[in-house]
Design a protein around this ligand. Structure first.
Ligand code: FRU
Length: 502
């Protein structure tokens, strides 16, 4: 019998060095530096967004085995500030032929479920409500955690809501205080319907009502959310927002988010506008399956959501290596009234300002060096221009353009020439969203993060999220040539949230 090999000190050191080299450095050329990405492998929808005991939890649709969709499980990360994330082990793995599809997490403050094993003063625990996909159907399931989300137990009597349907998914659950019961919002994807259910204990569910078809119906409906939002400048007034994603049939092709504004009385959502009216949350190709956080303390009061920055047209083909998929910057939501009614307004959470390398921005006048992660703000005045904006580019002759046009008045992202050999036919495209002159000037706030561009125009009234995959980094920035007055342009370099103490 040969002896097992004895390791020399040199060999052991070499092995350790190799191991260290294999750790993700979070520095691959396309790896965003202030957006969440999985350490390795595939990610899609954000799931189970919840704030509990000082931590924001981000669960996500994850393939723990590969760089394409499959073996769906819930990946997990926590953060104290919505920006610096700590990766935790997979929270809910695929098992027994059941994949763990999208869903939500709530804090069961009063132990209505009986799952909470906490002490006398604290009866709370976390309960996940998710779709189990397998054995030819989709049904809603529960899992719970008594250790701040570190370990999870799947409920022994799953599923808790089973209509015997092949497609019935993506439960978003919240506590509705006026009737003191849980509400679950789900979709019947191919019927373009949202279905609401109620429960006293998260275990037994009774049907409440249905919404749809309405708005855009060119693809399946997925990942609904329902929440109340304040109306800016109208103290004490609120309206409810029903968010429903659609794939394909989105405004920029493929996957996209749409929303309806209306009322919710604990039983039924009623839209304010006619069913033919479609409102898009984002005019880019890469903002899908957004979900809002549950249980953000009232003292904070924000409604914050995160969306997956990809599109089912090419999600499996994005040319990133070792990891695939990124989440949007967390965005605060409000409603704003304009002559056309109420609309959803989104802004990056204020925490992002802490990532600015220096408080004072650099003023951009012509061409300049573009850092890998930056925030750029344009102020455009009315005047004799037809197009104003910025061009991000590199030595390989690749570019992305972000700007506004006057006729029609729109904000746009043009990524047609952003990669020499497009990896998918739908990738080279220009995406635009409507704007209105209302404030004397237009502001365009651009978050650039290596392969993510998020544009918030007119104070977040029109948003465009587009991924860009140049073959080498965009490292130059210049203002678009303009015959009229140039926009005021400023830029902050943003620091990485990975690997570096902050
Ligand atoms: C949306 C979606 C959900 C589903 C999940 C599966 O992107 O299709 O409807 O639960 O992804 O990964």
């Amino acid at each position: 019998m040969p002896h097992p090999p004895m390791w020399s000190l040199a060999a052991a050191t070499a092995a350790l060095t190799l191991l260290a080299a294999q750790q993700p450095a979070y520095d691959e050329p396309l790896r965003p530096q202030f957006h969440f990405t999985p350490a390795r492998y595939f990610m899609n929808d954000p799931n189970g967004l919840v704030f509990f005991k000082g931590e924001y939890h981000l669960f996500y649709q994850h393939n723990p085995q590969g760089e394409q969709w499959g073996h769906m499980s819930w990946g997990h990360a926590v953060s104290a500030d919505l920006l610096h994330w700590q990766h935790l082990p997979v929270a809910l793995p695929e098992a027994d032929g059941l994949m763990i599809f999208s869903g939500s997490v709530v804090v069961d403050w009063r132990n209505t479920s009986g799952f909470c094993a906490a002490g006398r003063d604290d009866r709370s625990c976390l309960v996940a409500v998710y779709t189990g996909d397998g054995h030819g159907k989709q049904a809603q399931n529960l899992a719970y955690s008594n250790d701040r989300g570190r370990t999870w137990t799947k409920y022994a009597n799953n599923p808790v809501l089973d209509l015997g349907l092949k497609d019935f998914r993506d439960p978003k659950t919240f506590w509705y205080e006026p009737t003191r019961r849980w509400i679950m919002v789900t979709v019947l994807p191919d019927q373009h319907k949202v279905r609401l259910f109620a429960s006293p204990d998260l275990k037994g569910w009774t049907p409440l009502s249905e919404f749809g078809p309405a708005g855009a119906t060119g693809g399946v409906w997925e990942c609904p959310d329902l929440f109340e939002l304040p109306i800016e400048g109208e103290p004490g007034r609120t309206r409810w927002v029903l968010d429903v994603d659609i794939n394909p049939g989105g405004i920029a092709g493929g996957s996209a988010g749409q929303y309806f504004i209306g009322t919710f009385d604990g039983t039924r959502f009623v839209a304010d506008e006619p069913a033919e009216r479609t409102r898009w949350s984002d005019y880019g190709a890469d903002f899908y399956a957004s979900q809002s956080f549950s249980d953000i303390p009232a003292i904070d009061g924000r409604r914050i959501w995160i969306g997956w920055t990809s599109n089912w047209l090419y999600a499996n083909d994005e040319p990133s290596v070792t990891w695939r998929g990124a989440q949007s910057i967390p965005r605060s939501l409000t409603l704003r009234r304009d002559p056309d009614g109420l609309r959803l307004v989104q802004s990056p959470v204020a925490e992002i300002e802490r990532l600015r390398l220096a408080p004072a921005p650099t003023v951009i006048t012509g061409a300049t060096v573009l850092p890998g992660s930056a925030e750029i703000e344009l102020h455009v005045k009315p005047g004799a221009w037809t197009e104003a904006g910025i061009r991000l580019w590199n030595d390989a002759g690749e570019e992305a353009i972000v700007g506004v046009t006057r006729e029609p008045l729109e904000v746009f992202v043009d990524r047609r020439r952003s990669r020499r050999a497009p990896f998918h036919a739908a990738y080279p495209a220009r995406h635009a969203g409507p704007l209105a002159w209302r404030y004397g000037e237009l502001t365009v706030r651009i978050l650039f993060d290596r392969s993510v561009i998020e544009v918030f125009a007119a104070g977040g009234e029109t948003v465009i999220t587009d991924r860009v995959f140049p073959t080498q980094p965009f490292d130059r920035l210049e203002l678009l040539p303009s015959s009229g007055a140039q926009p005021d342009a400023r830029m902050w370099t943003l620091v990485s949230v990975w690997n570096r103490p902050h």
